[in-house]
Every structure is written in structure tokens, then in C-alpha cells.
Design a protein around this ligand. Structure first.
Ligand code: N01
Length: 539
């Protein structure tokens, strides 16, 4: 049978850091490539997350593309900018890299089917268009598919007030619209903490429903004039270069000296220094034993608690917000950055409800019934998280030539190779997803690290006339086992976190991200290239 050549060499789904980066790199190589995204504009997570207070918690010199032509000509105004500024940045990148003609927005991929005969993907989209492409690249993020509040709470459909998931906050709704309102926030993850800080300042009443306290760290935000930002720019090349060498892709790294070999004085000095530096220093510049050694971990928790408790003025809240027994080891469930989070609870209009002792029974027409109480509420914001790591690729039908979906495969085993491809799914690549290290890194570092490899492999095999690539099952199983073994040596399994898929009842709990750091991951990717892609079946 005669097969038709695909319309595109590659279709990229998702206009976040990795999607835009790969689009740019493919265009430089004269590939026939397009990008589609279901959002309103570029930015991926920053197009979708517009809730009050949404801002990045990586400092800005490591939270942008490393292309000097971009950073030399752009000005951020804060060390940790908010979503509006970040959206502006993505538009600027699309202008500067001339990406607009190659991207479509408001277009969702609804189904993809592999045509074995033509060795190409046939992709259906929400606009009714069908596109064929040799390579399909899912750049759909790790934190993209929100959990529907109805999955966790009964009665949501009868509630007559406003109900939002944090990642679906309406574009034009400002926090000031909550003045005079009775508002609840469910969830105290990174989204919840940021929302609570802002909403607590304006709402008449704010009720926070907390299940697990967040071990949030002081952000130490800074604001810059253009002149001050210009003065920082000479530091950018060094900082950006560092991101390629450090475990978490920041410009600082863990300390690799064993905790056991440090004197108490040295330990105290490190913890104090990192605390004063602010941001994620206390987490990602800590002794690496933080994630392996109970003693090191507990010392960090106790330090965090002593500092945090100083800011909590209602004695009855101390055990709830900063319990004397850690809710989980420090840093193995994602902490976030806060600005005035603890002070918000000192206000009289803010009430903290512990759902462990006062469970949410249901939504009612007028609010929430929790424990013995009825809460009358005008607005409920569910900051309850996402089906991370796997949820976006399993939410859509990606069907191979045997009629199996990625969902079918991952329902049985979380199998892939190098956090990039799934055995049985030729020519399908992804970034940021299962067994990539992206959730432990910041977005641009992961985007460039993963994107460079995907673009290289596709360019290389295309040049060699290879039209089909698929990971071997045996090496994929070995890769999976390596990840499980590496995670088992850490304290990660001791927290119920989304890194472990433990935030969704029924999801198999195991390490879903690559846990051994960016340098090791980079080496794994490029070693595979050195071996001539021997872990793949090429055709
Ligand atoms: O989601 P989460 P998120 N009843 O899953 C609680 C990135 N991000 O949107 O901890 C009551 O972390 C749940 O409680 P528990 C970042 O990578 C980055 O906040 O499971 N509560 C938890 O408190 C982050 O990690 C930025 O016990 C319920 C919360 O909801 C990731 O996105 C900003 C509940 C969910 O927290 C996800 O963050 C925002 C229930 N039934 C997000 N179900 C920045 O860079 C869940 N919860 C700044």
C-alpha cells in the first residue's frame, strides 16, 4: 500500500518553556514543525495559572532562557516575578524568536493514532483539524491537569457560590473583587500558600482548610529598577552556566560533605547561612544528606520550626502550622516560598480549619459543611493540585498501532525510557513528564536540557533516513528499576507527595520523577547518544 508523507516533520503540543524552545531549535534546522496549545497564549503553566499571587519561586536569573539575545534585552522588575510579567516574557520570546507564525492557540489535541504503515502520527484537534506528523512531541508539563474538586468533595454541583480550581482562575478577575466576600481556600500547597497570602489581605473572612501544613520558606522578594537589573546582568552568564552543573538546576547546589562528618558548629553555620539567603537555599543548598539522613533532615525541620514559630502569634495555631512532630521529612514534599504567609494567620479575619479533626463532609448550596459546622461562603478556591507527572498524557487518547493507549500501559506499569519515550509508542516524545527530572528543576533548565536531547535525536535520525524510533522494552524496564532503587535510598517515599503520585487516591504510589539530579540525568541522555541509541529500536 502506498503511504502519504506526513504534513509535518514534528508537531509539538504545549507552549511552555520546553515546547517553545524545541520549536525554535527545529525552526533553526529548517524542520516542518508546528506547535499547538489549548491556552490563550504562550507560557504553558503561566498562561493557565492566574490566581491571585501566582508568582514563580525560582529567582529570575535562572528562570529564563539562556539565549543571551533574550536576556540581554529584557527587563524583569522582581526577583520572583508574578504571572502577568511572566506572560509578557513569553510573548517577548515569541516575538524575538519569530515563533508566532508557527503556533496555534485555543487548539487542543484530542486524539493521536500511530499509523504503522506510514510511520507517522495522525493527530486530531479540538478545532476539527487533523494533522499528520512524523514525530509527536508532548511538551505538556508535569503540573497541568487540575484535579476536579468533584473528585474529592460531594455536593459541588449544588453549591451556588463561585467555585474555582486555582489553575482555572478567570482571566479578568482581580483579587480586589473578593473585598467584602467570605472566601475559603482548600489546600496549602504552593498554589494555596500564594492565594491565602493575597486573599487574606482583602476578603472579609477567609477560611483555610488545611490537611498538611506547608513547610514554606521565606522568599525575600526584591524589586529592581532598570538600572539595578542592568547591574545584575553581568552575573547571569555564570549563574546560567551553573544551572547545567547543579542537582536541581539552580545557581547553587547541595553540599556533598556528609552530615556525619560535620561539627555542630559547621552544621549550625550552614543552616543559618542558607536561612538568611532566603528562597530555596535552605532546601537546595543544604547538605545533600537532607534527603537521605533522618538526623540531618530533623535538624533542618527543627531549625525551620524555630524560625517559623516566631512569626505565629495565635498560640492555638502553632501546632497546626508548625507541629513539633514533623508532618513528613523536610524537603521531600515540595516546600514553597512565602512572603507574609504566617502573618496572615495572625489577622482576625482569617481562620484555619484542620480537616484532619474537622473533615469536609460536603458542599452545600451556601458553602461547606465540615465537622459540626456550616461555613457560609461566597467563593471557594480549590488549590487541591493536579494529576502530576502522568495525568496529561493519560487524559488524552494516544493510541499505538495495536490499539493500546499510553493510559493502558501506565495503568499496568509506569514504564518509559529516559523520561522521554514509552515502549510500544514509536516516534512519540515527551518532556517534563514521567521519570524526567523536571519537577525537581526549574522550568527553563529542564526545557533546555530535555529539549536539546529531543531535537538532537530527531535531527540525527532524520538525517540518517530513519523514520521510526522506539525504546526497547528490556532497557525501559531496567531504567524503571534504576529509578525505583534510587528513590528507595532517599526519604522521598516517607511523604505523601505528588512526586510519588500519592496525592490522588487510587494512583499507584511510586517515584514518578527522575530523582538523581540534573547532571546525572544529562549524562544518561547523552551516554545513550554516545552508544548510538542502542537502547532504541530504529527503523
Ligand atoms: O498543588 P499541591 P499546588 N482535602 O498538590 C491539599 C507547582 N507550583 O497547586 O498536602 C483537603 O502541591 C493538599 O493537602 P496534602 C509546584 O511544583 C509552583 O499547590 O495532600 N486538602 C495540598 O495542601 C507545586 O508543588 C508554584 O495533605 C486537600 C494541596 O491541596 C505544584 O505546582 C506555584 C485535599 C495541593 O497541593 C502543585 O502545587 C504553584 C482534600 N481532599 C504551584 N486534596 C511556584 O513556582 C488535596 N488537598 C510559585
Amino acid at each position: 500500500m502506498q503511504s502519504t508523507a506526513p504534513q509535518l516533520d514534528a508537531l509539538i503540543v504545549g507552549a511552555g518553556f520546553s515546547g517553545m524552545y524545541m520549536l525554535h531549535e527545529f525552526l533553526k534546522r529548517d524542520f516542518k514543525v508546528r506547535l499547538i496549545d489549548d491556552g490563550e497564549g504562550p507560557g504553558g503553566t503561566w498562561d493557565k495559572n492566574r490566581y491571585p499571587g501566582a508568582r514563580v519561586d525560582s529567582c529570575i536569573w535562572v528562570y529564563q532562557f539562556t539565549d543571551p539575545d533574550l536576556w540581554m534585552n529584557y527587563y524583569f522588575t522582581e526577583k520572583y516575578p508574578g504571572w502577568k510579567e511572566l506572560q509578557g516574557y513569553f510573548r517577548y520570546v515569541a516575538d524575538r524568536w519569530n515563533l508566532w507564525p508557527h503556533m496555534s492557540f485555543g487548539q487542543r489535541m484530542t486524539r493521536a493514532t500511530f499509523d504503522e504503515h506510514g510511520q507517522q502520527w495522525r493527530v486530531e484537534t479540538s478545532t476539527g483539524d487533523t494533522v499528520t506528523c512524523r514525530f509527536l512531541i508532548m511538551a505538556t508539563g508535569s503540573t497541568t491537569t487540575p484535579i476536579d474538586p468533584a473528585k474529592f468533595f460531594s455536593g459541588t454541583s449544588k453549591y451556588r457560590g463561585e467555585l474555582y480550581h486555582s489553575a482555572r482562575w478567570p482571566r479578568d478577575k482581580e483579587v480586589d473583587d473578593l473585598k467584602g466576600k467570605r472566601v475559603a481556600v482548600i489546600g496549602t500547597g504552593a498554589s494555596g500558600v500564594q492565594i491565602i497570602q493575597e486573599v487574606g489581605l482583602v476578603a472579609d473572612e477567609l477560611v483555610v482548610f488545611q490537611r498538611t501544613p506547608n513547610l514554606a520558606l521565606p522568599m525575600k522578594q526584591e524589586r529592581y529598577t532598570r538600572r539595578e537589573y542592568d547591574a545584575l546582568k553581568p552575573l547571569f552568564p555564570g549563574a546560567m552556566e551553573r544551572t547545567k552543573q547543579t542537582f536541581a538546576g539552580f545557581d547553587y547546589d547541595f553540599i556533598y560533605k556528609p552530615w556525619a562528618d560535620m561539627s555542630q558548629e559547621e552544621r549550625d553555620r550552614i543552616m543559618r547561612f542558607n536561612w538568611e539567603m532566603g528562597g530555596f537555599w535552605f532546601w537546595l543548598a543544604a547538605p545533600v544528606d537532607l534527603v537521605f539522613d533522618e538526623d540531618c533532615n530533623r535538624a533542618h525541620y527543627d531549625f525551620w520550626r524555630r524560625e517559623t514559630v516566631k512569626r505565629i502569634k495565635k498560640p492555638e495555631l502553632v501546632e497546626l502550622l508548625a507541629p513539633s512532630t514533623p508532618p513528613h521529612p523536610f524537603g521531600v514534599k515540595r516546600p514553597c516560598l512565602e512572603q507574609w504567609y504566617w502573618e496572615i494567620y495572625n489577622q482576625d479575619n482569617v481562620r484555619l480549619v484542620d480537616v484532619n479533626s474537622q473533615p469536609i463532609h460536603e458542599f452545600t448550596e451556601t458553602g461547606i459543611r465540615a465537622g459540626e459546622e456550616e461555613f457560609e461562603l461566597d467563593v471557594v478556591i480549590c488549590a487541591i493540585g493536579f494529576d502530576n507527572n502522568t495525568g496529561t498524557m493519560t487524559a488524552v487518547d494516544i493510541v499505538n498501532s495495536e490499539g493500546r493507549t499510553v493510559r493502558d500501559v501506565w495503568n499496568e506499569e509506569y514504564i518509559d525510557y529516559l523520561g522521554k519515550m514509552v515502549p510500544g509508542f514509536p516516534n512519540l516524545f515527551y518532556t517534563y513528564g514521567l521519570h524526567s527530572p523536571a519537577a525537581f528543576l526549574n522550568g527553563p533548565t529542564a526545557g533546555e536540557l530535555e529539549g536539546d536531547w529531543v531535537v538532537h535525536v530527531i535531527s540525527d535520525i532524520t538525517r540518517r533516513g530513519i523514520t521510526r524510533i522506539e525504546p526497547r522494552l528490556d532497557v525501559s524496564k531496567q531504567w524503571h528499576q534504576e529509578i525505583l532503587d534510587a528513590a528507595a535510598k532517599t526519604l522521598f517515599p516517607k511523604a505523601k507527595s505528588w512526586y510519588m503520585g500519592a496525592n490522588i487516591p487510587g494512583k499507584r504510589p511510586e517515584m514518578l520523577q527522575y530523582p538523581s539530579g540534573a547532571p546525572m540525568y544529562r549524562q544518561k541522555l547523552w551516554d545513550e547518544v554516545e552508544r548510538g541509541l542502542s537502547g532504541f529500536i530504529l527503523g
